[in-house]
Design a protein. Structure first.
Lengths: 243, 147
């Protein structure tokens, strides 16, 4: 029995970019079509477990390169099936569902926007505006490090809470500002207290320029306070329906 | 590839993705996302070993608090003597002092850990993960790309 790696699914008439490099020993990426759906497939390393850092990066690079030109339904990493099963077990039983999902994603692409506070600027604002933080900061400053442990924890807690309040508010407004340029939005809770936003936007290809301009305008307005990073165009990772 | 089609714009927003993302971005972007169907469960039948990746990054809250307390106290070094009142001076002082970015290392460290779990391998995208490029102004990065 042999195994096949599946990167994602596209319409049977989709054409893949030519320079794709897969995670298997051959590096080749091709498609196996059945009906209106095709699986983007490649070979699988047999001499080592699959799921390394390079495998992850290769999976993303293939899926996103395809996404740049055509609608793709990404598989969850890492996706390996029996070679014989690609048509019979993967595509055939779910064919109509895949067609519906690909139709819904057709002509749209994901962008992920991340933003982080310029830490020193925003911390200075908090110290300036919050008497409790300022008082505690002054107290901690007077004490030797050993003696100030609990005050430092409390200070940090206050700062983190204040930061998160601020970013929940600012992050929401940021997403609202860009929402009109997207078909759908998924806002994730940012990971670190000074992360302002982590949101996925499903954007119609025809409106990519408009969306990018809006992000750029937002970045200009926030310059010096929030640093924005825009990833994309990407496969619609955050817009894959459950089940 | 796709980078070539991206417009540089005014450079207020850093760009990535489409095969040029850092490991940290990719981990956050794609792990635990994408289509799952039952056929993958049977992969063990094929005799392929699959590494399990748990990318949840848990940071103990006390550590987080202490990091931000430290970052806040660092501000004070430069605010001292100015009464801590003049925001502009305070901010300029801090920026010029270069004492910044201390707390940004945490996620990178965690990602290193994830990277280790994912297994070493080639590290061609490694430079993306360094702190310095990420902290540089987008405009500067854009300029460097053009060179």
């Amino acid at each position: 029995m042999s195994a096949t790696y599946v990167y994602g699914l596209v319409g049977a008439d989709a054409r893949l970019p030519e320079d794709l490099k897969g995670l298997g020993p051959s590096g080749r990426v091709s498609t196996i079509a059945h009906g209106e759906v095709a699986a983007i497939v490649g070979d699988v390393p047999v001499d080592r477990p699959i799921g390394t850092r390079d495998d992850l990066l290769a999976h993303e690079a293939v899926v996103d390169a395809v996404a740049a030109t055509t609608a793709v339904l990404p598989m969850r990493f890492p996706a390996v099936v029996e070679s014989d099963g690609v048509v019979e077990e993967l595509i055939a039983p779910h064919h109509d569902h895949f067609v519906d999902v690909l139709d819904a994603l057709d002509g749209k692409v994901q962008f992920t926007l991340k933003g982080r506070y310029e830490q020193d600027v925003v911390l200075a604002e908090l110290v300036e505006e919050d008497p409790e933080i300022r008082a505690l900061q002054e107290k901690v400053r007077e004490l030797p490090e050993d003696a100030s442990y609990y005050d430092r924890v409390r200070l940090g807690e206050l700062v983190v809470t204040a930061l998160e309040e601020r970013r929940d508010d600012e992050g929401e407004r940021l997403v609202q500002r860009l929402e009109p340029f997207a078909a759908e939005v998924v806002a994730h809770r940012p990971g670190q207290p000074d992360d302002v936003v982590n949101a996925a936007f499903l954007v119609e290809r025809a409106r990519i320029g408009e969306f990018e301009d809006a992000v750029e305008d937002t970045g200009r307005d926030l310059a010096g306070r929030v640093r924005l990073r825009l990833l994309g165009p990407l496969a619609p990772y955050d817009f894959v329906p459950e089940g | 590839m796709t980078v070539a089609t991206q417009r540089q714009g005014g450079g207020y927003v850093e760009r990535g993705g489409g095969g040029s993302s850092s490991l940290a971005d990719v981990v956050e972007l794609i792990l635990d996302k994408g289509l799952v169907i039952d056929v993958f469960v049977r992969v063990s039948l094929v005799g392929i070993e699959i590494l399990t990746i748990d990318a949840r990054i848990v940071v103990a809250s006390v550590d987080t608090f202490l990091r931000f307390a430290e970052a806040t106290n660092r501000l004070d070094l430069y605010g001292k003597g100015k009464g801590g009142k003049d925001l502009t001076e305070l901010v300029e002082g801090v920026t010029e002092g270069g004492a910044r970015g201390k707390t940004t290392g945490m996620l990178d460290a965690a990602v290193d850990k994830v990277g280790d779990m994912l297994g070493g391998g080639r590290e061609e995208r490694e430079p993306e993960r360094e702190e310095a490029p990420r902290r540089r102004p987008a405009r500067q990065r854009a300029r460097e790309r053009e060179e």
